[in-house]
Design a binder for this molecule. Structure first.
Ligand SMILES: [Zn+2]
Length: 420
């Protein structure tokens, strides 16, 4: 019989070995998955179906989905989820479309998401032109590619007969872009699937070897300057909201920010005034402040608010506080900065998946839906749908379809490894 102390020790050793084993498995799994006939067949299905995936990408891109107006494109995704055999397909209160591919067990639950929304306003011509391997049109990559890849994954998993222990939940979510402010994932994690998400993969455009494990945080403000206003000649001598705005923007333009962590600022919109011969009663600008860490972001925010205050103060002093101008700061967007460690299990699985598909893994940072779970401490990455995307958020966005199938293939390995 074993001595009780020895028994405890051997148990500790056994548990430690099991834990180490689990970690090692996590690393080698995508490589070993390649030997599984079902996986092989699913990977082959992705390559075989890629021309149809491209057609789907074009079709989905041509359904307009401006911020806060994702409903029509969402219903199309709901229909496709149902056609592809997902279970419990539903639209949550925010507009996220959710469908489940059950495994043997409900957990781990791996959520795979692609955002529905674009940055383009309703009247934008979203038709896609094809020139050889190139697709040209606003939103063709971001996120027409992400949505089409998600559908390609669901189809390939079925055609390959891939079975998972855990569950895969697919989500076409709203509100990733701009002032959407991650409202889709916030509701997904806070309500719709609260407490039921073990890992999260967002799909965005880009080459298959990119692994986005840094979440760039941002604050976005609309700053409104107000004063009584008046005639440009008759009322001359009073503080001017547009002049105060100009002073504030000039100061923002001079802000010093660190290169590392990368920290940035941009005044992206300016508006105000009623006519050339009036002192405006109102003017506003919108600013975007970003950083890879919360500390640097908070420091930048403090500098920015000081710049606005001093711009207003200088304008008022200039005119001896006659008809003083005031500024109102409205927070219109916040995305927390976050990080998934390079050596976390999810990052190691993604890296191994890239290598298994013949790529060289490249870690980077971005501002995507993954920011939200990263900040919650839930393992999360943004992976890329393959091909090459240029000019995202511009009217001549271009997607190069060459070898684009490597995107969904790499993601398939990752999500199956996570759900094992
Ligand atoms: Zn995107």
């Amino acid at each position: 019989m074993m001595h009780p102390t020895l028994k405890v020790l051997s148990r500790i050793v056994a548990i430690t070995l099991a834990l180490v084993g689990a970690e090692l498995m996590a690393v080698v799994e995508p490589q070993s998955l390649m030997a599984d006939p079902a996986i092989k067949s699913a990977l082959a299905a992705i390559a075989r179906n890629e021309p149809e995936t491209i057609n789907e990408q074009v079709r989905l891109t041509e359904i307009p989905a401006p911020p806060f107006k994702e409903t029509v494109r969402g219903l199309e995704l709901k229909l496709r989820f149902e056609q592809l055999g997902l279970k419990d397909v539903r639209v949550d209160k925010e507009g996220n479309v959710v469908g489940v591919r059950p495994g043997a067990l409900p957990r781990p639950n791996v959520v795979v998401a692609a955002h529905l929304d674009t940055v383009f306003p309703e009247e934008t011509d979203v038709r896609v032109k094809r020139k050889g391997a190139l697709l040209i049109g606003p939103g063709i990559g971001d996120n027409g590619r992400g949505l089409a890849v998600m559908l390609s994954l669901i189809r390939a998993l079925d055609e390959g007969g891939v079975k998972t222990t855990g569950t895969l939940t697919f989500v076409a979510n709203v509100g990733e872009e701009g002032l959407g402010d991650l409202r889709g994932v916030k509701t997904l994690f806070g309500e719709t699937l609260k407490g039921q998400i073990d890992s999260f993969i967002a799909i965005e455009p880009g080459p298959a070897n990119r692994i986005t494990n840094g979440g760039v945080g941002s604050y976005r403000y609309r700053v409104t300057f107000k004063g009584p206003g008046g005639h440009s000649y008759g009322a001359f001598g009073m503080a001017n909201p547009i002049h105060a705005l100009g002073r504030a923007i000039a100061k923002i333009g001079e802000l010093k920010v660190p290169q590392n962590p990368k920290t940035t600022f941009n005044v992206g919109r300016v508006n105000g005034g009623t006519s050339v011969n009036s002192i405006a009663f109102e003017a506003w600008f919108e600013v975007d402040l970003r950083s890879e860490t919360m500390a640097a972001l908070e420091a930048l925010r403090a500098q920015f608010t000081a710049a606005v205050e001093s711009g207003v103060k200088e304008e008022n002093i200039r005119w001896n506080n006659r008809a003083a101008v005031s500024a109102d700061l409205e927070l219109v967007g916040f995305r927390p900065a976050g990080q998934t460690a390079d050596d976390s299990a999810i990052a190691r699985i993604a890296r191994a998946s890239v290598i298994a598909m013949g790529g060289i893994p490249s870690f980077d940072s971005g501002s995507t839906d993954s920011n939200w779970p990263m900040q919650l401490g839930i393992p999360a990455l943004t992976l890329r749908g393959g091909g090459q995307n240029r000019g995202a958020h511009s009217l001549d966005e271009t997607f190069d379809t060459t070898d684009a199938h490597l995107g969904p293939q790499t993601i398939l390995l990752t999500i199956v490894a996570l759900a094992r």
